[in-house]
Design a protein around this ligand. Structure first.
Ligand code: 13P
Length: 246
């Protein structure tokens, strides 16, 4: 399967003109990549970028609400679907830090799957938890709560992003050994929760200070199925350099 590279632009750039320029530069640069490429811009840029989206770049979103109706400020999955969003990042640590709970994350994952959208479910420990040797415990509880009630049939559609919080935006990516350990632990935990072949279809990707120099090793050495770059995805040259590793 092609490596999946999901760009999380977060709350950047500040104007649509810059977003369009970046999107077009990445689209041009991505023409020869062997990766599956998804760009997740801020919500308000999605309609404009959907009009200029072309292969191989796909559009995604950084979040979505699980319902429609009287929910001021929220954006539903259906609103996003009409603009061609195929993937939605759910449970990013920066959302969790603002109060998003495992319970809400679980509802959002279910809503994505019910609407044929692929959730990119983010999990990861913080520095203190890693230091205290609690990484496995944290990953297991995030997986358990986030995946509550998700059927063995649907589980195979999921993408899980391992994003250790201490590696995000720091320039200090996780060692490939640690990423490999987390990858194996996530797979083992999924097999404890589910039986059947669908588990093997779950894609596990890595995010946290990825760049053109370390991108390949997360796939080759840590066995990841893809990457979730943040900062590097805002620089067309860097992001295209990552894409062209594959
Ligand atoms: P950085 O690549 O900037 O560390 O961000 C990673 C991330 O949070 C992607 O979701």
């Amino acid at each position: 399967m092609k490596p999946l590279i999901v760009a999380n632009w977060k709350c950047n750039p500040s104007t649509f003109a810059e977003a369009e320029k970046l999107f077009l530069a990445v689209s041009r640069g991505a023409s020869k990549t062997g990766a599956e490429v998804v760009i997740c811009p801020p919500f308000v840029f999605i309609p404009g970028l959907s009009a200029i989206t072309k292969n191989p770049v796909k559009l995604g979103a950084q979040d979505a609400f699980f319902q429609e109706g009287a929910f001021t400020s929220q954006i539903s999955i259906n609103i996003l679907k009409q603009f061609g969003c195929k993937y939605i990042i759910i449970g990013h640590s920066e959302k969790r830090a603002l109060g998003e709970t495992n319970k809400i994350i679980n509802k959002k994952i279910k809503a994505c799957l019910e609407n044929n959208i692929i959730p990119v479910f983010c999990i990861g420990e913080n520095r203190q938890e890693r230091r205290l040797g609690k990484t496995s415990k944290i990953l297991k509880s995030q997986l358990k709560e986030g995946l509550k009630g998700i059927s063995p049939f649907n589980i195979g559609k999921l993408v899980i992003a391992y994003e250790p919080i201490w590696a995000i935006g720091t320039g200090n990516a996780c060692d490939t050994d640690k990423a490999k350990e987390a990858n194996i632990f996530i797979k083992k935990t999924l097999t404890d929760f589910y039986s059947g072949k669908n588990i093997q279809k779950v894609r596990i990707i890595y995010g946290g200070s990825t760049n053109p120099d370390n991108a390949l090793s997360f796939i080759k050495d840590a066995g990841m199925d893809g990457l979730l770059p943040g900062g590097a995805s805002l620089d067309a040259k860097k992001f295209v350099a990552i894409l062209n590793k594959f």
